[in-house]
Ligand binder design. Structure first.
Ligand code: 3Y8
Ligand code: NAP
Length: 249
């Protein structure tokens, strides 16, 4: 009987948890503990780091996990690296459930940068109205460009105000919708959006809104990840679990 650990925190992880719960599979979904109230799941959850790759390997053995699914966000690179290492160390099969990167459509005006620092550098110059749709963890880097007016969107209210002299903070969690993001960008007269190439649908509304409003986007490309088996759809994970179980791995 398979016992699956889902490394979660994304729309796809929640969809997989739902499918496994419907099948009556024995699964656990893991959160890092980044937000105060992570979304409830139809399977048992655990919250908090494992203590590096070694800690994850220890957890996998102790919990009798037979299949590891990395359904974390494409920018959760450290977790993904640890999953590859722990799977190799324990011999437990690993698959990644990810979403394809977004690609620009003809009406899009995107400027690709390699990382957060690259995004900060593109904001050099005259004052603008910037929608920083990156969440909370990377805001401090933009203090290097204090001249702008920033629109921020966090999941939780921060303990201390963000270190940007001119900012407006929205507390909201996705998935977001296009009408809401169009209204938000209009209300704040946004003239550039900065975001990560998260892929998927939960954060895509702002790209469609930017396209409709003719607003340029600074698109942060994904960090490179180690090679691992990777699928983009829940049924492919279910087949993988069944197949691996049939093979007795
Ligand atoms: C804790 C767990 C689901 C999952 C929903 C997806 C979609 C909505 C859109 C914008 C972009 C951003 C941010 C975002 C989205 C989904 C998904 C996604 C982006 C929750 C969640 C956890 C987190 C962590 C949080 C980060 C932050 C990033 C906000 C749950 C709601 C910006 C990523 O305050 C903090 O420390 C928040 C940290 C990592 C990035 C950052 O640097 O701040 N996500 N987001 C997970 C854990 O503890 O393990 O409650 O659902 C999940 C979701 N957020 O099942 O419906 O699938 O991506 N999350 C980005 O894409 O750039 C918002 O504002 O337009
Ligand atoms: P990260 O930088 O790759 O990971 C840093 C450390 O956080 C990991 O080494 C691990 O600690 C712990 N961790 C990360 N994800 C975990 C999980 N699902 N379960 C248990 N521990 C986890 O990760 P991150 O970018 O901070 O992302 C944290 C969570 O937010 C993930 O669930 C991710 O899917 C979700 N998320 C992130 C983003 C984003 O933009 N980064 C967007 C949406 C959702 P130990 O080494 O101690 O095990």
């Amino acid at each position: 009987m398979p016992k699956i650990l889902i490394l979660g925190g994304t729309t796809e992880a929640s969809a997989l948890a739902e499918a496994l719960a419907l099948r009556g599979d024995d699964a656990v979904l893991s959160y890092a503990g980044r937000v105060a109230n992570p979304k409830a799941q139809p399977v048992p959850t655990r919250v908090g780091g494992f203590g590096g790759a070694a800690g994850l390997a220890t957890y996998l053995r102790a919990a009798g996990i037979t299949h590891l699914v990395d359904a974390t966000h494409p920018f959760a690179a450290q977790m993904s690296r640890n999953a590859v290492e722990a799977a190799a160390d324990t011999g437990i099969p690993l698959i990644a459930l990810t979403r394809p990167a977004w690609t620009a459509e003809p009406d899009d005006d995107w400027r690709h940068v390699a990382d957060i620092e690259g995004a900060v550098a593109t904001l050099a110059g005259a004052r603008r109205s910037v929608m920083l749709a990156l969440g909370r963890m990377h805001v401090a880097a933009f203090a290097a460009q204090p001249q702008h007016r920033y629109l921020l969107r966090f999941v939780d209210a921060p303990e201390a105000p963000p270190e940007l002299p001119d900012h407006y903070l929205v507390i909201d969690r996705g998935p977001f919708d296009v009408m809401g993001d169009v209204a938000l960008m209009r209300d704040h007269a946004i003239d550039v959006v900065v975001c990560k190439n998260a892929g998927g649908t939960g954060a895509q509304a702002k790209l469609i809104a930017a396209r409709q409003l003719g607003i340029p986007v600074v698109m942060i490309d994904r960090p490179s990840l180690p090679l691992r088996a990777e699928v983009h759809a829940v049924p492919d994970v279910l087949r993988w679990i069944g197949h691996a179980a049939d093979l007795g791995v």
